[in-house]
Design a protein around this ligand. Structure first.
Ligand code: GCO
Ligand code: CA
Length: 261
């Protein structure tokens, strides 16, 4: 059975993989045998990241470019295809969040979040998808969020973008399933990363709230995403199309419980 999950020889490109969930998912793919290509947008972060991959026994190649710039995406994808090999797996992970109440949110900031979290994945999927459709083979994994399903104070742009990314996933799955390209998503619950560091500090009311609100009773460890990532990147999911696999410790399964229980 294990050959179903074997990624040996497959080129996997993970965007925003210089840290956090992107790095954890990329490492899981690397450990399953994939040849890793790491995208980032900050030169200093890339150097450290490649050392961290190497320390884990994973040889990764880094490509620095902004996923919201179509011209750069086209150019860099062509280079990766030439220099590393045909991209078999694309993980659209690069993203950003801004926590501001809607009434105070500048429209320019709203647009920026939409650009990074939704238009970026579209640009990358379109660019890599062109090669995948031609080859009649490919796996695209869009990193969604609890905010693909739920709202919360201060994250209007992020929720709009992640809800949109869920529907982009279903739409691309619809268009490309006939070409043997599977487009699916992962919806992480609340994970211990840099992104959540400001709301995770001990004593912060949100920290206690999340632990209480999550049936598993804890923040996710980035390594908890490895299995879902390998599944959606491998032969095991060849007839799975347009699904969002929520890895959330049970958050979406429940309405929650009173705060004193
Ligand atoms: C927030 C968090 C979330 C998480 C994650 C939840 O402020 O609510 O940062 O947005 O990062 O995406 O699934
Ligand atoms: Ca991040």
């Amino acid at each position: 059975m294990t050959h179903l999950f074997d990624l040996t020889g497959k080129v996997a490109l993970v965007t925003g993989a210089t840290h956090g969930l992107g790095m954890a998912m990329a490492k899981a793919l690397g450990k399953a045998g994939a040849t890793l290509v790491v995208n980032g947008n900050t030169p200093a972060k890339m150097d450290t990241a490649l050392q961290q991959y190497a320390a884990d026994g994973i040889e990764a190649k880094g490509y620095l470019f902004d996923v919201t710039n179509e011209e750069l995406a086209i150019e860099n994808i062509a280079r990766i295809e030439q220099e590393v090999g045909p991209i078999a797996i694309l993980v659209n992970n690069a993203g950003m969040i801004q926590r501001t109440p809607a009434l105070e949110m500048a429209v320019a900031d709203f647009r920026k979040v939409l650009d990074v979290d939704l238009t970026g994945p579209f640009i990358m999927s379109k660019t890599v998808g062109k090669y995948m459709v031609e080859r009649r083979a490919g796996k695209i994994i869009n990193i969604c969020s609890m905010m693909s399903e739920l709202g919360r104070d201060t994250v209007s742009a992020y929720a709009a973008a992640k809800g949109g990314l869920k529907m982009l996933t279903k739409n691309l799955a619809t268009e490309w399933a006939r070409y043997n390209v599977q487009v699916n998503g992962i919806g992480p619950g609340y994970f211990a990363t840099d992104q959540t560091a400001p709301i995770r500090v001990d004593g912060h009311p949100f920290n206690d709230f999340i632990i209480h609100r999550t049936p598993a009773g804890r923040w996710g460890d980035p390594e908890d995403l490895g299995g879902a990532t390998i599944f959606l990147a491998s032969k095991a999911s060849d007839f799975v199309n347009g699904q969002i696999l929520y890895v959330d410790g049970g958050i979406l399964a429940t309405i929650g419980k009173p705060s004193n229980e």
